[in-house]
Design a protein around this ligand. Structure first.
Ligand SMILES: Cc1ncc(COP(=O)(O)O)c(C=O)c1O
Length: 485
């Protein structure tokens, strides 16, 4: 029976004790619940426009697990009454922390369907889900101008994508030394060296998870006033290295969206063998715009590439892509053979190439949004976000209250307050006040030793007026609080 009425209406029917359970009733009224949920989500999206992009919520009192379930309808109301107003509008147009996109309408549609259908995208017996992942990866290779030979898959975020790239790199280094790390572990491993100019913090986290250690990173000098590495310094380190190393190249650093010279790094591979991993978590989207695509010249030299989807693709958390030229090596690391899974070769199944075995159908929200807005839709978002970053930079530059710390290359503005005694603590105090003001949200950073502020603009909804509101918030909060900072 497909009952469209509510939980309360069901109460009036004569049901056996089993049928009286919350789960049974929910099953009977599933259509009704989906509609209620749609309405609640729509109400929340309306309400969200007026919620602050940053909120600090103190510990809430913890409730006991209910013995008798309440049923979805009541839980939905309880959530709306008690919690919904405390959501932070991080998916809104004036959240400028980290590099956080929102969710396009099409990606929300795709994501809802993913949850409703609950598909496993692990292997070839899992219906159309893995094939749609292949299709979506194909679209993305075209969007990012990547060589069709790359194998790609979805993972949970850029950190996990960096992890996969570095795990495969570690396996490859072992192979160069005649060691199979995936079978024999790291015990007789010599140290693996990782060279990088301005690696993202997730590189260190991945190296720690991989047992290579955070200390395996050797920093390469950066160019004057830049976060991009000095290619001559890199070349010297490569020549002196005892054997093949990993080079983590950056395509879009978090403070100033600086790009390493990927073409020059790639060419070095002809002289010295090394693994080239490119962290293009959000910089990969430069490919969407003819204005910025040149920044990625040479990316196809990469052995592995990280690009996030929950950043500039504007799909819901948690979603990212990883691309590799070494599918076989990657399979050695992540293969998951078990008699009960059937088949005893690697085959095309994603579970043999990614950290997760059971996998959410992450490709679907990405497929929806790519189909719905196409190449031109993403060109428009990238161009608009970058133009808005320049507008914010111009406003800051014209003000006597703030100093720009770097030219705006794409979508991030790196600046600080104009005073000599600025510290990380005073920047944080200032940003806490901006957050509590509620008009916009920025996060702190340290740029070449200077305590600073970042505004990362990567939301599809952000418009010129949002930048003016955000700038006014910065100026007014600073004027009102400068003496207390
Ligand atoms: C360059 C870069 N790499 C990696 C990451 C980590 O991304 P995630 O939070 O999706 O794991 C980020 C996030 O800001 C990033 O900007």
């Amino acid at each position: 029976m497909n009952y469209g009425g509510s939980f309360y209406e069901l109460k009036n029917q004569h049901l056996t004790p089993e049928e009286n359970s919350a789960l049974f009733k929910d099953k009977m009224i599933l259509q009704y619940l989906l509609e209620q949920t749609r309405q609640a989500a729509a109400r929340q999206l309306d309400r969200q426009e007026n919620l602050s992009p940053g909120r600090r919520i103190e510990d809430i009192p913890l409730e006991d697990l209910p013995d008798q379930g309440w049923g979805t309808e009541i839980v939905l109301r309880h959530f709306e009454d008690q919690f919904a107003s405390k959501i932070a509008n991080t998916a809104g147009p004036r959240y400028f922390g980290f590099v956080t996109g929102g969710s396009t309408p099409a990606s929300i549609a795709g994501d809802w369907i993913v949850s409703a259908l609950d598909q496993n995208s692990a292997g070839s017996n899992d219906g159309i889900a893995p094939q749609m992942e292949r299709q979506t990866i194909h679209f993305l290779k075209q969007l990012f101008h990547l060589d069709e030979k790359y194998f790609g898959s979805f993972v949970t975020g850029a950190t996990m994508s960096n992890f996969v790239g570095l795990a495969t790199a570690r396996q490859w280094i072992g192979e160069q030394r005649g060691i199979d790390f995936s079978m024999d572990g790291l015990s007789d491993a010599e140290k693996v060296i990782v060279l990088s100019g301005t690696p993202h913090s997730s590189i260190y986290k991945s190296l720690s998870m991989l047992g290579l250690g955070r200390n395996s990173v050797v920093k390469i000098d950066t160019l004057p006033d830049r976060e991009a590495l000095d290619i001559n310094h890199l070349e010297r380190h490569l020549k002196e290295a005892p054997g093949p190393v990993i080079v983590v190249a950056n395509a879009g650093t978090v403070n100033t969206v600086d790009f390493d010279d990927l073409e020059a790094i790639g060419k070095l591979k002809k002289r010295v063998p090394f693994w080239m991993h490119v962290d293009a978590a959000f910089g990969g989207y430069a490919a969407c715009s003819p204005k910025y695509a040149h920044l990625l010249n040479g990316i196809n030299h990469a052995d592995s590439i990280t690009i996030d989807a929950h950043k500039w693709l504007n799909v819901p958390y948690d979603s990212a892509m990883q691309f590799t030229r070494h599918q076989v090596t990657q399979g050695k690391v992540f293969q998951n053979q078990a008699a009960y899974l059937g088949g005893n070769d690697l085959g095309p199944d994603y579970l043999h190439y990614t950290p997760e075995n059971s996998r959410r159908f992450r490709a679907l929200p990405a497929w929806f949004t790519l189909m719905a807005y196409g190449r031109s839709g993403y060109r428009e978002i990238v161009n608009r976000n970058c133009a808005l970053a320049r507008l914010l930079a111009d406003l800051l530059d014209a003000s006597s209250l703030f100093n720009l710390l770097s030219p705006v290359r794409m979508n991030v503005v790196c600046f600080t307050v104009n005073r000599k005694d600025v510290t990380m603590a005073s920047i944080q105090r200032f940003l806490n006040r901006v957050r509590d003001d509620g008009r916009a949200m920025f996060t702190p950073t340290l740029y070449k030793g200077t305590p600073a502020i970042r505004a990362a603009i990567s939301n599809w909804k952000t418009e010129e007026n949002d930048i003016l509101i955000a700038y006014n918030a910065l100026e007014e909060v600073y004027q009102n609080t400068a003496e207390f900072l």
